[in-house]
Design a protein around this ligand. Structure first.
Ligand code: HAM
Length: 437
């Protein structure tokens, strides 16, 4: 036998029961996004490598170590997207969206690719759902975005904590970074050569280091939250005023840094206590210079993304499981003798007619005998089973069984079957809805 192939390391197959849960999450999210004026956008899975190098930042782990970059047959350097914000800004610029009424509000979902060490909640192909609002600097927009993610988490039944901070801007951040660098260099003897290089290139990353000595140094270090200029402070205060008015709970966290370089001012993260090391479920913030850095006009913007994979992990650890849409079959169409082609032909026609009327219908395609077709109807949780058979005089007839009550109508003329069964399904569903109310 040929050697078995497996899904690549850090990836997984989305089997139907999980795919159903995911559709449920996308439905909930889409309802919320569309109510808030966000429209769906899809960008390519791969982009020019330069987009991420410039957009996400040369000094980030994502660009330095985690990108799936390849050369195509035309010699172009392309990269599987590690995140969605830079591609969306590229699309905003490419399609001249700055000429449209601002802000342009978009939502997206799909796979992202990062070459990270796989572990629970961390994959090389992971899935994000996110929103971006491009073209407005108003702190009310930051608050709208944060509350949108809070509502999504709430509707999904997730218990999460919100951390909030500010990354400052070109006015206050450079002086702070110089101060932080100087402070950390006092601990030079403790740090590794790689850490010292990071302190030079991107000292904010030090807040993510897990070693005790690094944590002690960064705990003692000055925080950007205490060094904001008047404008950044006022922006943060306004975001907080909106969140407070909405009754949102959050913690101001001076250690909160995000793994991407484009943020200015507001940054935030939602984390679940049910998850271990990878507790960050979703996060984002403001990125007022990204559009300009990618060649567009100066354009303030903000957004977030949440990871499906971690949403799932958190939901699966929670006793209140997701209410995934159970796929249920309306009608299973059986034949009493699978060897008779005229019966199968009728069954095939009946299935197509029922589907045409919006009912879900299935039939056997692997030559099961009647008994095992009926078993299959049970397994598919069919509301009704229809069985087509031939009477002694050769006329084709059907019986229709309500699978819950066992009630059965015999000898329905073949011409009547579609109408009879479709109406029975409608009645059954109406009854179920009445009970549900
Ligand atoms: P991010 O924090 O890098 O932000 O990713 C967003 C979410 O994607 C994370 O909170 C996490 O749930 C999930 N995630 C990231 N990497 C992995 C992984 N390797 N495996 C599983 N899940 C993962 C961004 O990507 C920004 N583009 C968010 C944003 C949008 N900021 C502004 N607008």
């Amino acid at each position: 036998m040929a050697a078995k192939l497996k899904a690549p390391r850090g990836t997984y197959d989305l089997l139907p029961h999980v795919a159903d849960d995911r559709m449920w999450i996308v439905d909930v999210a889409r309802g919320l996004f569309e109510n808030a004026g966000y429209r769906r956008i899809e960008t390519p899975i791969f982009e020019e490598t330069e987009l991420f190098a410039r957009g996400v930042g040369e000094a980030t782990d994502i660009v330095r170590k985690e990108m799936y970059t390849f050369e195509d047959k035309g010699g172009r350097s392309l990269t599987l997207r590690p995140e969605g914000t830079a591609p969306i800004c590229r699309a905003y610029i490419e399609h001249g969206m700055h000429k449209e009424p601002q802000p342009v509000k978009w939502w997206y979902e799909g796979p992202m690719f990062r070459y990270e060490a796989p572990q629970a909640g961390r994959y090389r192909q992971h899935y994000q759902i996110g929103v971006e609002a491009i073209g407005a600097a108003d702190p009310a927009l930051d608050a709208e975005l944060i509350l949108l993610q809070a509502t999504l988490n709430e509707e999904l039944g997730l218990d999460v904590r919100l951390s909030l901070s500010s990354m400052g801007d070109a006015c206050c951040r450079p002086a702070y970074l110089a101060e932080l660098r100087m402070f950390l260099e006092r601990y030079e003897a403790d740090f590794t050569a790689e850490q010292l290089a990071r302190i030079k290139s991107n000292p904010l990353r030090s807040f993510d280091w897990k070693e005790d000595y690094a944590r002690a140094a960064t705990d003692a270090a000055p925080k950007l939250l205490d060094r904001l200029c008047a404008e950044c402070r006022a922006h943060l205060d306004e975001v907080r005023a909106y969140l407070d008015a909405a009754g949102a709970e959050y913690e101001l966290d001076g250690r909160l840094v995000r793994g991407l370089d484009y943020y200015t001012r507001t940054v935030f993260e939602f984390a679940s206590q049910l998850l271990g090391a990878q507790s960050g479920i979703g996060g984002g913030g403001r990125y007022d210079h990204l559009v300009e850095e990618l060649g567009g006009p100066p354009t303030p913007a903000a957004g977030w993304a949440t990871g499906f994979d971690r949403l799932f992990l958190a939901l699966s650890k929670d006793p209140a499981k997701p209410r995934s849409r159970q796929s249920q079959l309306d009608v299973y169409v059986a034949v009493d003798d699978p060897g008779r082609s005229e019966l199968k032909l009728k069954a095939f026609e009946l299935v197509r007619s029922l589907r045409g009327l919006g009912k879900s219908a299935e039939f056997d395609t692997v030559g099961r005998g009647l008994k095992s077709q009926l078993k299959q109807a049970d397994r598919s949780k069919a509301l009704f089973t229809v069985c087509i058979h031939a009477a002694a005089n050769g006329a084709l007839l059907g019986w229709v069984r309500d699978m819950a009550s066992g009630e059965q109508r015999d000898d329905v003329a073949i011409e009547q079957l579609v109408k009879e069964v479709a109406e029975a399904v409608d009645r059954k569903k109406a009854e179920e809805e009445d009970i549900g109310e």
